[in-house]
Structures are given as C-alpha cells and as structure tokens.
Design a protein around this ligand. Structure first.
Ligand SMILES: Nc1ncnc2c1ncn2[C@@H]1O[C@H](COP(=O)(O)OP(=O)(O)OP(=O)(O)O)[C@@H](O)[C@H]1O
Ligand SMILES: [Mg+2]
Length: 492
C-alpha cells in the first residue's frame, strides 16, 4: 500500500474521524451510565436512611433493642437486601447494626463524623471493607436541634462496577472492531471511487503525439470524475486539432516551397543542356528571379506568422489619421489596378477618424485586402473603400455600471469580383487556403495574405469578417477600436 496515495489518505481520514466519534460516544455513554448508577445507589441509601431516621424518632418508635433487620421488617415490612445498616450515638459509638455486619463495623471517616456533628449528610466510597467496594451514607438524626444519632447505611458497589466493567469490555472490543471493518470498507469505497482515475492515468500515459485520437472511456454517472474525464477528452481533442494543424501547415509550407523550386530546377537543367544565346540566358534568369521572388515572399510571410505565433513581434503603435492614411494608400494601389482597368474609390462622409496602431502593419493589412480585390476582380471592375465609425456597448466593462460605448473605425473593402462561396468564407483566413489553387498561383498568391491580415487586426484588438456572393463580389470588413477620448487612452 502506498502511504502517499489518495486512497490511503481518504481511508485514514475516514477512520480517524469515525474513531474520534466512536470513542467520544463510548466515553459519554460510560460516564453517563456510571453517574446514573452511582446516583441511583446514593438515592436508595438516602431513602433508606431517611426512613430509618423517621421511624427511630417517631413517638411510636418501634425500634426496640432487638435486631435491626427484624425491627425494620416488623415496623415497615422492609427487607433491605444487600444493605448494611449501623446506628451510632452522637459521640460515634456503635449502637445497633444489621445482622449481615456480624461482628464487623462499618468504617466512618473523621470528615464524615465531623459533617454529621454539624448536621450534614456525607457519601463515601470505601475499599477497606472486605473485597468489595462499599458506598456509605452517614446521616445525622436530630432531636431537639441536637444530633442524637448517626445512621450509616452502606451498599456494595459490586453490581454497579460489574455492569460498568461489562460495558467497558463491550466497548473496548466493539470500537476497534468497527474501526477495522470501517477501514476495510473505506478502502473498498476509495478504491471504487478512484478506479476511473487509474484509467485516466493509464490512458494519459499511452497518449503521445502519434496517437492523439485515443480517448478515455466516458462514464455513465455524471459526477466529478466524469467531468474530469470529459474535460480531459476535450483537452486531447484540442491538442489533436492543434497537432493536425501544425502537420498540415508544415506539409503545406513544404509543398508551397517545393513547386517554385521544382520549376527553378527544371528551368536551370533545361538551360544547361546546350549552349545558348545571351538573350536566352537573360530570359531564363528573369523567369528564375520570378520564382525566387515568390519563394522569398512565402518565406517572409511564414517567418512573420511564426514570429507572431510565439508573440515575438512588437507593435510600434502611434496615432494614425485613418482617412489620410487610406487615401495615400489608395493612390499607390491605383497604379497596380491600372493594367486591369479597375477603378478604386473611397467613400468617406465622416469626420476625421483616428486609430492607435502600427502604421507599417496597417499598411500591410490594407494593401493585402486591396491587392486581393484587384487580383480576384475581372477587368473593368471596381473597388470601393468605405470608411465609417460605429459604437457598441463594451464587451468587457471595467465596472458593471460602465455602459460607455466602445467606438470602432470600420473600413470596408468591396469589390465587384468573382466572390467567395459560403463554405469557403471562414476558411479563406486559414494559412495556405486558396479557393482556386491554380488561379491564385498564376497570380502569385500563396494563401497567406488573409492569415496575416487577421493576425494584424487581432493584434490591434479588432476583427475582420467577410461578406460575399459568388459572381457578384466580396466585402472585407475591418473594425479597429478607437481610443477613448475621456480616458485619454485606448479603451482596449
Ligand atoms: N476579394 C476576393 N475575392 C474573391 N476571392 C478572394 C478575395 N480575397 C481572397 N480571396 C480568396 O481567398 C484566398 C486566400 O486569400 P489570401 O489573400 O490569403 O491568399 P492569396 O491572395 O491567394 O495569396 P497571398 O495573399 O498570400 O499572395 C484566395 O486564394 C482567394 O481564393
Ligand atoms: Mg492575398
């Protein structure tokens, strides 16, 4: 048995508490019974003493000089079994006594004698009378306000002590036996309750990154352990999901880099097969550079995302005049849109909007979105950028009474392009996801742009969503919190 185990500790506590309760109960039972038995004896002694006293002082005193037992029987029809009676005169000399005393006398202590002469009653237990302990009452009888006689009545305590001893033996045997049985029962219960914990431990031991599809068998009874099992299974599911994502990501990244490398290798190999003219080499080098550029963009994007994942990228936040910022960016993007004859317009009827953000990252965010608009819109289409402001109740109020709205800058990039099917709308933010791989690759896309956009927006405590209808166009909605003027700081 492992003394550090939970089942041992549980059983120990259970037995300890039960032990304390049983011992207290037994002690109380013993004490109460013993007090009650002794009180009973005292009570009987006093009744008898009082009876003898009344009879002996009555004018019709029937106590002659005969045997006290006969007198009692004759006078009161009383046969006090097991009682020793002795009557003393005021100076302590023995007068009459019961037959069972024969030629011995009941002991009387100095203290009892002194009490009696003062008129008070004493109770004493003595062990000096034969083998059995005796309980003696010393009862003074007054006549004319003077102590005339002292009546002593004694009773053997043998029966009382026998009863108490028997009780003690019963308790001394039953309490340890009950504790023994209870500890076995406790151990059985603790074992039963903790059995699922063993199963959890065994399964957890078996789970590695290779077999994350394993689950612990769920329990029918819904208790704390079953909640633990459910939570554990949920945790494994999340781990499983993350591992799959990582694997998928690694596979996608390698595949993404492999394609341009294969093209590069093929081009170089074909070129080297024979001597070529200088302008042919130049052409091939230009094509090579295209693939190299594509690879270096993928590597750059991957590096950015993985550094973002481990929280290595610090944002250099500053005040950004969003209207002016978007205006400047759009002018640059118009050059890119020209070959496809796509119009880019800004709709901004609002007052000045300022956000607190990293200008470089913001630039990357909106360039990615506008670039996508250009890429996935047919020739002659258009892109509209709308800039508005909106407010909503705080999601995480500082106090329950804090109802001050949170203001957001809302930038919507709408194109009249090919649109995105409903099922793909959430997936386009996943790394390497492209609706049409061949088409995106043709246009130089690797499917990392929107993942970066989402990271940038979330790093600024904002959100990004998409609304789209295939064939009609798409709208990307970016919301960025606006600094709270009252607090002088950003309220996120
Ligand atoms: N405005 C849009 N209209 C239609 N489809 C879009 C639009 N923007 C994105 N998509 C779809 O979402 C996919 C993911 O976009 P994302 O910007 O992440 O990658 P990409 O543009 O293919 O490559 P990258 O941006 O890394 O060069 C795209 O391949 C495309 O299928
Ligand atoms: Mg893109």
């Amino acid at each position: 048995m492992d003394f550090r185990s939970l089942r041992f500790k549980l059983t120990l506590w259970y037995v300890l508490i039960l032990g304390v309760l049983l011992i207290s109960f037994s002690g109380l039972l013993y004490l109460t019974l013993s007090r009650s038995l002794y009180r009973d004896v005292d009570h009987k002694l006093r009744s008898l003493a009082e009876l003898i006293a009344t009879e002996s002082t009555s004018p019709l005193n029937k106590f002659g000089f005969g045997n006290i037992d006969q007198t009692l029987e004759a006078a009161m029809n009383l046969k006090p079994v097991g009682k020793f009676i002795q009557v003393l005169d005021e100076s302590g000399r023995i007068g009459r006594k019961s037959e069972n005393l024969k030629n011995v006398r009941l002991p009387i202590s100095l203290q009892a004698l002194r009490n009696a002469s003062n008129g008070s009653i004493s109770y004493e237990t003595t062990h000096s009378f034969g083998n059995t302990p005796l309980r003696i009452i010393t009862y003074p009888v007054k006549e004319n306000n003077q102590v005339a006689k002292i009546i002593q009545v004694a009773s053997s305590l043998e029966d009382v002590e026998d009863a108490l001893n028997t009780l003690f033996v019963i308790l001394a045997v039953t309490v340890p036996s009950i504790l023994m049985i209870a500890s076995l029962g406790g151990l059985f219960l603790a074992n039963k309750a903790l059995k699922p914990v063993d199963r959890i431990t065994q399964t957890a031991r078996m789970i590695t990154s290779r077999n994350l599809n394993q689950r612990i068998q769920t329990l029918k009874v819904k208790d704390e352990i079953s909640r633990l099992v459910d939570t554990f299974n949920e945790m494994i599911s999340r781990l499983d999901h993350s591992f799959r994502q990582i694997k998928q990501f690694t596979a996608d990244a390698s595949h993404e880099l492999k394609t341009p490398l294969t093209i590069l290798k093929g081009e170089v190999e074909v070129t080297l097969r024979k001597k070529r003219m200088p302008h042919e080499y130049e052409q091939i080098l230009v094509s090579n550079l295209e693939e190299i550029n594509r690879m270096s963009k993928i590597v750059e994007d991957l590096l950015l995302l993985s550094r973002a994942d481990i929280g290595e990228i610090r944002l250099n936040k500053e005040d950004i005049h969003l209207n002016r910022f978007i205006q400047g960016l759009t002018e640059q993007m118009k050059i890119l849109a020209q070959p496809k004859n796509i119009r880019i317009e800004i709709s901004n009827h609002q007052e000045e909007i300022h956000v607190f953000g990293d200008a470089l990252r913001m630039r990357e965010l909106f360039i990615n979105l506008i670039e996508n608009g250009i890429k996935y819109t047919e020739e002659g289409g258009s892109i509209l950028i709308t800039l508005t402001q909106e407010a909503e109740p705080p999601a995480h109020p500082l106090t329950p009474a804090d109802k001050r709205p949170v203001h957001f800058a809302k930038v919507i990039v709408t194109d009249t392009g090919i649109g995105i099917a409903k099922d793909d709308q959430e997936r386009i933010f996943n790394r390497f996801f492209r609706v049409d791989k061949a088409r995106s690759r043709e246009q130089g896309g690797s499917g990392l742009g929107l993942s970066i956009c989402r990271w940038i927006v979330e790093a600024h405590q904002g959100d990004i969503t998409v609304k789209s209808e295939p064939g009609k166009g798409s709208s990307f909605i970016v919301r960025l919190p606006i600094p709270n003027q009252e607090q002088g700081m950003v309220n996120y």
